[in-house]
Ligand binder design. Structure first.
Ligand code: GDD
Ligand code: MG
Length: 327
């Protein structure tokens, strides 16, 4: 078990690139592979030995607590931090940390709320502790780093620079959205003001000579910033259920929840996720898609790599490919 057992989950972003999916539901509460993104993350944290987690909420803050409560249903203690105005990633961390009683030499995990990752939290924690780092970032390698925080590191894993969303990235290693903060680094974030941990805190820590380490891990990783990546993540978790213990039982490579009516002439292909109460009439095909609760798919419909809104109706003969439908 890891010696770091407290965490903050950043779930307050507006999910602008996912609109209209996120008009009524914040991105972390959208369901993929049978559970909200946040639940997949919380279960992973619990499995690694994290016992207390604060959800740093802002946009559509009210929907988290009714679902997660005090966390007992999920085997972990869950608390909530609210922001009257969005405080940015750094401000959100400083605000949420007030709910945790951290010892002088204690460290905590911070998770971006829109990332699924199979990386080894214990190995990240080991690097943090062994190197007495101020902060240890999980890094992944990507071919195009422009949409991310570009993080060049030295041969001994020290972070050299932190360059958020640059046009000409100078390295392929990027910030994967999971940090370990030592208490002394946490104290550097001003409270009650809007702060970006990526644009302000990390560069400031580096220029004041503090050690930030990068833990590179090649395990499964996905950032769900777009509808396509959200649908892909759901498909990936269903195709490989070992990725998340929050995924319910997968049968025949598909995830079909309760009270689904599927006509015997219709087909549901690998990686699809049908929420409870879905109805699919005759001769329809659903491939690699998410079909929301109580959606009704009429006959002779083709749905591929799409996200169908809960309660929506897809009329007979429709072809829906790579779409967000009915939101
Ligand atoms: N509570 C709170 N308040 N949370 C926030 C706020 C805020 O004001 N702003 C953003 N967040 C949360 C989002 O909900 C998300 O979980 C996380 O902070 C990161 O914000 P995004 O808006 O998703 O940032 P990004 O995807 O453009 O970039 C970030 O993630 C990349 C990896 O996925 C950065 O951390 C990049 O450096 C990183 O590479
Ligand atoms: Mg993001």
């Amino acid at each position: 078990m890891i010696p770091i057992n407290k965490a903050i989950l950043l779930v307050g972003g507006k999910g602008t690139r996912l609109m209209p999916l996120t008009t009524k539901t914040p991105k972390p509460m959208l369901k993929i592979a049978g559970a909200p993104v946040t639940e997949h993350q919380i279960i992973k944290a619990r499995e690694a030995g994290i016992s207390e987690i604060v959800l740093a909420t802002s946009y559509l803050a009210d929907v988290f607590e009714p679902y997660f409560g005090d966390g007992s249903r999920f085997g972990i203690k869950i608390k909530y931090a609210y922001e009257t105005e969005p405080l940015g990633t750094g401000g959100a961390i400083a605000n949420a940390a007030q709910q945790l009683e951290l010892g002088e030499n204690e460290a905590l995990f911070i998770f971006n709320g829109d990332v699924l990752s199979a990386h080894d939290l214990a190995a990240q924690a080991k690097l943090h502790i062994d190197s007495n780092a101020a902060v240890t970032l999980h890094l992944v390698e990507v071919s195009d780093a422009r949409a991310y925080g570009c993080v060049p590191i030295s041969a001994d894993s020290k972070v050299l620079q932190f360059l958020e969303k640059m046009d000409n990235p100078i390295a392929k290693t990027i910030n994967a959205g999971c940090y370990i903060f030592s208490n002394r680094a946490l104290k550097e974030i001003p409270k009650g003001s809007v702060v970006s941990v990526e644009r302000e805190t990390f560069p400031a820590l580096l220029s004041s000579g503090q050690n930030i380490y990068g833990y590179v891990d090649g395990g499964y990783w996905i950032d769900m910033g777009t509808p396509e990546s959200m649908i892909r993540a759901s498909r990936d978790l269903i195709s490989n259920p070992a990725l998340s213990k929050a995924t319910p039982e997968v049968i025949n490579h598909t995830l079909v929840m309760r009270e689904v009516q599927l006509h015997s002439s219709s087909k549901v292909g690998e990686g699809s996720y049908l929420e409870s109460g879905v109805v699919i009439e005759a001769n329809s095909i659903v491939n690699g898609s998410i079909v929301g609760e109580k959606a009704h798919i009429e006959s002779d419909v083709l749905i591929e790599n799409s996200y169908i809104a809960p309660g929506s109706r897809v009329t007979s003969g429709s072809k829906i490919r790579g779409e967000i439908f009915g939101f």
